[in-house]
Design a protein around this ligand. Structure first.
Ligand code: BYC
Length: 328
């Protein structure tokens, strides 16, 4: 009996002719740099890794609203307030496009949301650091959105159609976000001594966490190799970090400020930027929930979800009513 069971499972592990054909078609689409669409056959592992990445990306956009939203009431002028409101609203939109893209992979939004609220899904490490001063709005825009752009522009070419298309729109908005952050820092750096100091302090605190947004070093990144083979990721974590460092090393000069990294230099021989060692123990602790703001961010998100229950109920009741009137 046991032998029969083993035999059966061995047989079921051998792909059927149809499965082999589907796999070959999938491989050809990837090789061809073309796109996988929701109705196409895809390996379960591809679906799973995309659901993980896209939903975690969506969660990051939603949690990422918090540090900036906290500054809306304290923005130094009406103009700054209006810009910040628009930016935070954009992040909500990014979350919604990304949840929609993730849903096309077959997991309902309620389930994805549940994964966030119960701590089963990650969101970007960067949002577990506090935004202490107005200059932090500048540092978040310039460094955090800057890192986001460096990471996300290649994702516009991700092999999964709905993800790549969502990224095109998101990247356009992110580049406006980065400029507004840079402009906040520029105004502060040209202001009083105290304002300049505040801008430098914000850069000092956000530099290292923004470099860690690209994920662990390549040799410690369990998902990169396969995600690159599937053309979800187009560049490795370290390669993208390199591009970003090169970009901000030049831009900081325009600000008349500095990056808190005495080791930072371009090494002609290797063609690489050398930067200080990043604190990967801290990164691991932050992504496991031990960052300075993890508990606060999650508490706030759960409260917002609870407080939004009546909106979801009203929207569902309205949709129901519309559907009924269409049938009638
Ligand atoms: N934070 O094998 P690896 C924004 C996890 S939103 C937390 O390299 P992968 C913005 C990783 O998930 C920015 N966790 O993974 C919003 C994995 O754990 P699991 C968000 C991280 O997926 C509002 C493990 O570490 N951007 O810009 O190949 C306002 C091993 O890593 C992080 C995106 O989500 C991290 N930083 O590569 C302002 C971009 N890094 O899942 C701004 C899309 C790694 O196996 N995502 N981990 O348990 C990606 O490009 C990739 O998922 C990553 C990681 C490069 C982040």
């Amino acid at each position: 009996m046991a032998a029969t069971t083993q035999n059966d499972s061995q047989l079921s592990a051998v792909p059927s002719y149809e499965e082999q054909q589907s796999q070959a078609r999938f491989d050809a689409i990837i090789d061809d740099d073309s796109r996988i669409e929701p109705r196409d056959w895809m390996p379960e592992a591809y679906r799973k890794t995309l659901t993980r990445q896209v939903s975690q990306h969506a969660h990051s956009e939603i949690i990422g609203m918090q540090p900036e939203a906290n500054w809306i009431t304290r923005a130094p002028s009406l103009k700054r307030k209006a810009i910040l409101i628009a930016k935070v609203q954009d992040e909500a939109g990014h979350g919604l496009y990304l949840y929609s893209a993730a849903e096309t992979l077959g997991t309902a939004r309620d389930e994805l949301n549940e994964q966030l609220l119960t701590g089963r899904a990650k969101y970007s490490s960067i949002f577990n650091y506090p935004a202490r001063t107005w200059a932090d709005m500048g540092a978040i825009g310039w460094l955090v959105d800057g890192a986001a752009i460096a990471n996300q522009v290649p994702l516009c070419r991700a092999s999964y159609g709905p993800y790549g298309r969502a990224m095109v729109r998101i990247c356009k908005e992110e580049s406006f976000h980065q400029r507004q952050g840079f402009e906040i820092l520029l105004a502060l750096s040209r202001g009083t001594e105290a304002q300049k100091k505040m801008a430098q302090d914000a850069i000092n605190r956000f530099y290292e966490p923004s470099l860690m947004m690209f994920g662990p070093p390549d040799e410690q990144s369990p998902n990169s190799k396969q995600s690159m083979a599937w053309k979800i990721k187009r560049f490795s974590n370290d390669d993208l970090r390199q591009r970003f460092v090169g970009m901000i090393a030049e831009q900081v000069k325009v600000l008349g400020l500095t990056l808190p990294d005495p080791e930072l230099r371009f090494d002609q021989e290797s063609g690489k930027w050398i930067h200080k060692d990043l604190n990967w123990d801290e990164f691991m602790s932050v992504i496991k929930g031990g960052g300075p703001m993890n508990a606060h961010r999650m508490e706030r998100r759960r409260a917002a979800h609870r407080e939004g229950a009546w909106v979801r109920e009203a929207a569902a009741a309205y949709a129901n009513k519309q559907a009924q009137s269409e049938v009638a």
